[in-house]
Design a protein. Structure first.
Length: 238
């Protein structure tokens, strides 16, 4: 079997796993996909601008101790093994289901699949082509192995059953973000930040209203509490 290698890497506002949306499309956060030098050919994306959404096949390179490092770093392929069952946070972190009945990052090949909105295909930058997307659920630097157009007529099943997830992402929380703290982010960062906080970054099984969480976004640490369905931002550390 031939070995696969990353064709691109994504840049997002998320520097670490905590706070990354649980699924793609839940939070309207921006992303920038830059191709690896060997695949940096504008002909390879010819016609892609006609699609509103794309599929990304990528790897959970921050999980299970394996994955590809960003350009210039050594590859990490020391996968220690896998478990046939996992404990989804949605079920309280106690009940087990089969790994293939989940989207857990701890799987044999550590691969993720996300559908994201394609905002723009740039062909006039130094590292073109560059894809600008929204709704990605990835840490910045995540390796991407393939990109395919999303086809609504074939890829969407409105009546699909959601299993133990219930089929929905849950209600968005209200966000109380003091204006003087929100002003530390530029206008292009604020919408995605509010969206990510509203999606409730906490583990599903944590309900401690006194606990202060920290979520890194766009190079800053946003500290917040959650009570009565409201995210209260209390501090922004630069």
């Amino acid at each position: 079997m031939s070995e696969i290698t990353p064709i691109a890497y994504i840049e997002t506002p998320f520097d670490e796993k905590f706070g990354v949306p649980r699924q793609s499309g839940i939070a309207d956060c921006p992303g920038r996909i830059v191709f690896a030098p060997a695949f940096r050919d504008c002909d390879a994306v010819r016609g892609l601008e006609g699609f509103s959404h794309i599929w990304l096949l990528w790897q959970f390179d921050r999980a299970a101790g394996h994955g590809w490092a960003p350009p210039g770093g050594p590859p990490r392929r020391d996968f220690p093994g896998w478990s046939p069952t996992v404990r989804p946070p949605r079920l309280g972190g106690n009940e087990r289901v089969g790994v293939f009945a989940s989207r857990s990052p701890f799987r044999p090949n550590g691969l993720g699949l996300s559908a994201v909105e394609l905002e723009h295909v740039s062909l006039d930058e130094a590292d073109s082509p560059v894809l600008y997307v929204r709704g990605a659920d990835m840490v910045s630097g995540t390796p991407i192995f393939d990109i395919k157009p999303y086809l609504a007529y074939a890829d969407s099943y409105p009546d699909a059953a959601g299993g133990f997830t219930g089929g929905d992402a849950g209600e968005m929380l209200a966000v109380d973000f003091p204006p003087e703290l929100l002003a530390q982010f530029d206008s292009g960062e604020r919408h995605g930040l509010l969206s990510a906080l509203g999606a409730d970054p906490r583990p599903r099984y944590q309900e401690d209203s006194e606990r202060v969480y920290g979520m890194r976004y766009a190079g800053k640490n946003v500290r917040f509490t959650v009570s009565d369905g409201v995210v209260h931002v209390v501090e922004v550390e630069t």
